[in-house]
Write a protein that binds this ligand. Structure first.
Ligand SMILES: C[S@@+](CC[C@H](N)C(=O)[O-])C[C@H]1O[C@@H](n2cnc3c(N)ncnc32)[C@H](O)[C@@H]1O
Length: 240
């Protein structure tokens, strides 16, 4: 999916990765996208709290030599000031304690290193991007019903505010547009509809189900009319 953001490739190719940490690696999607386009890494470390996601990441990234760390409690078992590059990609809205994580990343980054934050945003979206944003909000709501911390998408100003409050200096800041064709595609619409149906079907015994269903119907109507694509992202380069 990161292929859909054409200007992201240019940014990735320009990075001097060196000793590189991806925080919140998930199933390894972003990390694979980076490592396949930029060989300037000396070492790669990937951290997540979710064992299943890390198992998936190990498979996705089997071509690379990566040190995986599954740990939630901070500080991480990693020495201070050891990374040249840290990435946090679409992970900010999954973090229960953003201040603690951002300050841990500050501890880990070298004095002249860069912390790159990419995050979907909720402002200035096209109709097709709004479909995805609304689908994401539904998924986040279902996750919360399962006790998983997952917030909805932030505006670019909210993200800039969080980062500034964490005392990180913002070197550059750019909105990455999604270059994917926006027109509704019949197969994609049918697939998304099935994903939305499956997502709420699993919750059919809950008291919240009628409200979830109503939301799903409204998202599907929007999907049929406008199609779907992942929202634009804020790309931030920050330093200590
Ligand atoms: C949407 S995924 C992003 C995955 C990856 N960065 C990508 O873009 O392909 C967010 C990940 O953050 C992880 N996460 C949430 N809280 C975390 C924490 N405190 N420490 C490390 N990872 C965390 C979640 O388990 C999830 O895998």
């Amino acid at each position: 999916m990161y292929n859909e953001y054409h200007s992201l490739a240019r940014h990735i190719q320009e990075l001097e990765l060196g000793d590189y940490l991806e925080f919140g690696c998930g199933d390894g999607g972003f990390l694979k996208h980076v490592l396949e386009q930029n060989e300037s890494f000396k070492s790669v470390t990937a951290v997540d709290i979710n064992l299943e996601s890390v198992k998936q990441a190990r498979t996705t990234l089997e071509a690379f030599n990566i040190h995986f760390l599954i740990q939630e409690n901070l500080p991480l078992g990693l020495e201070a000031n050891q990374f040249d590059t840290i990435t946090l990609s679409n992970t900010l809205h999954h973090l229960r304690d953003k201040t603690a994580v951002l300050s841990e990343l500050k501890r880990l980054i070298k004095r002249d290193g860069q912390i790159i934050i990419t995050e979907m945003i909720s402002n200035d979206l096209t109709e097709a991007e709004q479909t995805y944003c609304r689908f994401h909000a539904l998924r986040a709501e279902v996750d919360r019903l399962h006790g998983i911390f997952h917030e909805t998408t932030y505006t670019s100003n909210e993200i800039l505010d969080m980062v500034s409050k964490a005392d990180l200096r913002i070197g550059s800041n750019e909105i990455l547009l999604n270059s994917k064709e926006a027109a509704p595609d019949k197969i994609e619409v049918a697939e998304m509809e099935a994903i939305i149906d499956d997502l709420i079907k699993a919750e059919s015994k809950r008291p919240e189900f009628p409200a979830l269903k109503e939301t799903a119907v409204s998202i599907k109507a929007h999907l049929h009319q406008h199609g779907i694509k992942r929202p634009r992202q804020l790309y931030l380069v920050t330093t200590n």
